[in-house]
Design a protein around this ligand. Structure first.
Ligand code: 4NP
Length: 149
């Protein structure tokens, strides 16, 4: 799960998918990263942690890291939160195989629409709840696909 800072959207996506993988008993490794190095080593944004806790999916244990080209070797699927994250990862891709791993997460619920999970960082509380709800729906679809894989 990849966003810009790895302190708001991708930690929530990571937390939700991690929780669902555990609930259904799948052997899938989930992690997250940011395309920037702005917040490396930091806990998620306080507002995202609060929202996550409110919906019983705590993400306090996560520490931000920067996406690295080696992630193309470590992961089969790489979900970008918006087209900027998507394009930044494609710039790092070394092959068509790397490129094919990168998806826009909301295309899981709105196929082909290339919608973004809006960056909640500079907005109000509702933005964090909206992010939670979008990612809850998207990770449900991802889990269904992983169960069938
Ligand atoms: P995220 O949100 O990409 O969802 O983690 C942001 C966090 C920090 C900044 C931007 C977006 N920032 O500019 O520092």
């Amino acid at each position: 799960m990849v966003c810009l800072g790895n302190i708001c959207r991708s930690p929530m996506a990571d937390g939700l998918l991690r929780q669902k993988v555990k609930i259904v008993g799948l052997d899938v490794f989930v992690d997250s990263a940011g395309t920037s190095n702005y917040h490396v080593g930091q806990q998620p944004d306080e507002r995202m942690m609060e929202t996550a806790k409110r919906f019983s999916c705590p993400i306090d244990a996560l520490r931000a890291r920067q996406f690295d080209v080696s992630d193309f070797d470590s992961f089969d699927l790489i979900y970008a939160m918006d087209s900027s994250n998507f394009n930044n990862m494609l710039k790092l891709a070394r092959s068509k195989e790397d490129e094919a791993k990168v998806k826009l997460i909301l295309n899981e619920i709105y196929p082909g629409e290339n919608k973004a999970v809006p960056d909640p960082y500079f907005g109000g509380e509702q933005g964090f709840v909206d992010v939670y709800n979008m990612l809850d729906k998207a990770t449900d679809v991802i889990i269904d696909k992983l169960k069938k894989a």
